[in-house]
Design a protein around this ligand. Structure first.
Ligand code: PNS
Length: 167
């Protein structure tokens, strides 16, 4: 009898910082993966203003997923498909919150397949409670004095307030 191939998925992103929405997607991916690699990109496709250093983002992700040995957090440089292939991960997981996400995500999925024809992108819908959540909104709310306790892990909230010089 042939052995089942291990299913390694990769969930790439900026995670600046990790939100409850990201957490939800990673835990959903565990339902069909033996291992989920959460990979923080040094080079994001869209030009974005970073708040946290990549190392800080990785540290927060490791804290958030410390309860689950099947979730591995790391960082990568260069092309996602090259990193995924080196890790033996042929499934890319991305969250789709709304139709507005679709165009960018679809373009990336097709381009990644063009670069590595064996890769599949799986889009997951978040819990509806997180469908309006984004790391950029969390950063903005925190920087303007708002409460982000509902949107991020307590450690991430503390790190955000520290970074922004909030008490
Ligand atoms: O959370 P984000 O910022 O939307 O994630 C975008 C990310 C990191 C997945 C994308 O920018 C990426 O894959 N960057 C790595 C470089 C790369 O492979 N670019 C070509 C993508 S088709």
């Amino acid at each position: 009898m042939s052995e089942r191939k291990r299913c390694v998925s990769i969930y790439p992103g900026s995670f600046d910082p990790v939100t409850r929405g990201h957490e939800d997607i990673v835990r959903r991916a565990l339902s069909f993966s033996d291992c989920v690699i959460v990979a923080v990109a040094h080079t994001a496709t869209q030009r974005k203003q970073g708040l946290f250093e990549v190392e800080e983002r990785v540290e927060m992700l490791r804290h958030v997923f410390r309860d689950e040995a099947r979730i591995v957090t790391t960082e990568f440089t260069g092309l996602l498909v090259d990193f995924a292939r080196a890790q033996g991960a042929s499934i890319i997981v991305r969250g789709l919150r709304a139709v507005s996400d679709f165009e960018y995500e679809f373009q990336m999925a097709l381009m990644n397949r063009q670069l590595w024809h064996d890769v599949e992108t799986i889009f997951l819908a978040p819990d509806v409670r997180h469908s309006y959540l984004s790391a950029s909104l969390v950063r903005e709310i925190a920087s303007l004095g708002g409460d982000v306790a509902d949107f991020v892990d307590p450690l991430v909230r503390d790190r955000l307030y520290e970074k922004l010089g909030r008490p």
